[in-house]
Ligand binder design. Structure first.
Ligand code: 13P
Length: 248
């Protein structure tokens, strides 16, 4: 991922097939420009396909999860070095679905982020409050706690490579993106926290119901360096419209 344009990352979640992916990736390759900064995070079994089809293109690829362990008796896990073997540039870590459905806590998220950075890839660490946390007025406390967990133990390597995605849980898959004011406020808070920890270069993405029709407004908010896109990344035409909105 380059620093030129705003960064657009697609999170395919549990979607795809060899055939479907081939068509989607071909359309993305045909529609993007060499100066676009975009990547797709695909399910593990499709990493080889992504590598084969995207190598040499402007589009990066990555994974949606990783083991905190390097190797050993951890049935079903996939290590960071295995992901690096397939050319992954980035790995989503601590997505709210991992936190809520698979019990990943802050400490696990940190270990995963360290593993990703140590393997030379970009960890995209997700933070975000649930609806009830927001309604209780706990948004700032929740997101700063989640980011602090990473920053307090981050290696220099992790600080250098870190990307943070603010994804309010209530905005994910609901069609209800956060308001510009909410995004501006939380991004300013996280930016301040990153600066305080000496992490000045980290990109700060927004995720949660980013679509072709709201991408420009969301990407134009001060402090937003890009977007993490779920549902809309499954439709090549819509994803490309978001990539286009990210151009200067
Ligand atoms: P949606 O774009 O479908 O709301 O998903 C956001 C997300 O979870 C990206 O990681």
């Amino acid at each position: 991922m380059t620093n030129a344009a705003k960064t657009i990352v697609g999170n395919w979640k549990l979607h795809g097939s060899l055939q479907e992916n081939a068509a989607r990736l071909a359309a993305l390759k045909a529609g993007c420009r060499s100066d676009d900064a975009l990547a797709v995070c695909v399910p593990f079994p499709y990493l080889a396909q992504a590598q084969q089809l995207l190598q040499g293109s402007a589009i990066g690829w990555g994974a949606q999860n990783v083991s905190e362990h390097a190797k050993g008796a951890f049935t079903g896990e996939v290590s960071a070095t295995m992901l690096a073997d397939f050319g992954c540039g980035c790995v989503i870590v601590g997505h709210s679905e991992r936190r809520s459905l698979y019990g990943e806590d802050d400490a696990t998220v940190v270990r995963k982020a360290q593993a990703v950075a140590a393997a030379g890839m970009t960890p995209i660490v997700c933070v975000g409050e649930t609806l009830s946390e927001r309604e209780r007025g706990d948004t700032a406390q929740v997101v700063t706690r989640q980011l602090a967990a990473v920053l307090t133990v981050a290696s220099e390597e992790l600080k250098h490579r870190l990307v943070v995605a603010y994804e309010p849980v209530w905005a994910i898959g609901t069609g209800r993106a956060a308001s510009e004011e909410d995004v501006r406020e939380v991004h300013a808070l996280l930016r301040g926290q990153l600066k305080e920890a000496g992490v000045n270069g980290a990109r700060l993405l927004y995720g949660g119901s980013v679509k072709a029709n709201n991408a420009k407004a969301l990407l134009n908010i001060a402090g937003v360096d890009g977007a993490l896109v779920g549902g809309a990344s499954l439709d090549a035409e819509e994803f490309l419209a978001i990539v286009q909105a990210a151009r200067a």
